[in-house]
Design a protein around this ligand. Structure first.
Ligand code: CAA
Length: 248
C-alpha cells in the first residue's frame, strides 16, 4: 500500500493508546483516536499533541455500543476516508476476586474489552477486503494468556480477543488483511499504576524477569511493525511483550 494510510486507535488517549498514535503518525499514517463520550478532555489532548507536533483526529465513540461504532466509522469514512489500520486498544479493568465479582463488573469488562472488538472490526473489515489491504491489531494482555488474581472478567475477555483474532485471520488471510494480537505484560500506564503499590511491589514486579514495567513506546513499536508492509506474512499471531514474565 503506497498511499498515506488511515489508522484508527480505539482509546487512543490513554497511556498505551497515545504512544501507539504517536508511533503510527511517525510512520506517516493519518491517525484517528476514538475516545469515550464521557471523556471531557479530548480537546485538551488534541491541543497537547499539537504542541508536540502531532495533528491527530479524535472522534467520540462508545465502543461497547454497536450503533455508536457504526455512526463513528461512517463519519470518519465521510470526513477523512476509509480505515486501513484498526488498533483495538480500548479496554478497562474492574479487578476483584471472584467471590466479590458481580454481573455488572463482569458485563462491563466483557463489553469494553471484547464486544468492542467485534463492534469496531465489523465496521471496517469488509472495506479492507474490498480494497485488498488491511491491518487489524488487537491489544490483549499477558493476563489473557496466564490468568491473573482478581481478573476473572478481564482475563476471560482478553483470552477471547485472541480466539477472535485466530478465527478472523483464517477468513481474511487471502484478502490482504492480517489480524493479530499483541499481549503486553505490565506496562507503566495509569491502569497498572492503579494497582495497590504493595501488590505491585510484592506480587507483580518480582515476577517480571527484567525487574521493571514495560514502556508504552515498546508496545507501540510492535504495533507499528504489525501495521507495516514488512509484516504481511504475520497473521493469527499472538505476540507477547512482557519482559519475560510469561512464555508460551
Ligand atoms: N497473587 C497472589 N495473591 C494475591 C495477589 C496476587 N496477584 N493479589 C492479592 N493477593 C492476595 C493478597 O496478598 C491478600 O492475601 P491475604 O488475605 O493472605 O493477605 C488477598 O489476596 C486479598 O488481597 P487484597 O487485600 O488486595 O484484597 P482486595 O479484595 O482488597 O483486592 C484485588 C483484591 C482487587 C484483586 C487486589 O489485590 C488487586 O488489585 N490486585 C491486582 C490485580 C492485578 O494484577 N490487576 C492487573 C491490572 S493491570 C492490567 O490488567 C494490565 C494488563 O493487561 C497487564
Amino acid at each position: 500500500m503506497t498511499d498515506k494510510r488511515i489508522a484508527m486507535v480505539t482509546g487512543g488517549m490513554g497511556g498505551l493508546g497515545e504512544a501507539i498514535c504517536m508511533k503510527l503518525a511517525a510512520m506517516g499514517d493519518t491517525v484517528i483516536s476514538t475516545y469515550s463520550p464521557t471523556n471531557m478532555k479530548s480537546e485538551q489532548w488534541l491541543a497537547g499533541m499539537k504542541t508536540q507536533g502531532f495533528s491527530f483526529y479524535a472522534y467520540a465513540c462508545d465502543v461497547t455500543d454497536w450503533k455508536s461504532c457504526e455512526a463513528c466509522v461512517e463519519h470518519i469514512t465521510k470526513e477523512i476516508g476509509p480505515i486501513d489500520v484498526l488498533v483495538n486498544n480500548a479496554g478497562i479493568t474492574r479487578d476483584m476476586t471472584f467471590k466479590k465479582m458481580d454481573c455488572v463488573n463482569w458485563n462491563v469488562v466483557m463489553s469494553s474489552n471484547l464486544t468492542s472488538v467485534f463492534n469496531m472490526t465489523k465496521q471496517v473489515c469488509d472495506g479492507m477486503i474490498e480494497r485488498g489491504w488491511g491491518r487489524i491489531i488487537n491489544i490483549s494482555s499477558v493476563n489473557g494468556q496466564k490468568g491473573a488474581f482478581g481478573q476473572t472478567n478481564y482475563s476471560a475477555a482478553k483470552a477471547g480477543m485472541h480466539g477472535f483474532t485466530k478465527a478472523l485471520s483464517l477468513e481474511v488471510a487471502r484478502k490482504g488483511v492480517t489480524v493479530n494480537t499483541i499481549s503486553p505484560g505490565y506496562i507503566g500506564t495509569k491502569m497498572v499504576m492503579a494497582i495497590p503499590r504493595e501488590v505491585l511491589d510484592s506480587k507483580i514486579i518480582p515476577q517480571i524477569p527484567m525487574g521493571r514495567l514495560g514502556k508504552p513506546e515498546e508496545v507501540a513499536g510492535l504495533v507499528a511493525y504489525l501495521a507495516s508492509e514488512e509484516a504481511a506474512f504475520v497473521t493469527g499471531a499472538n505476540i507477547a511483550i512482557n519482559g519475560g514474565q510469561h512464555m508460551q
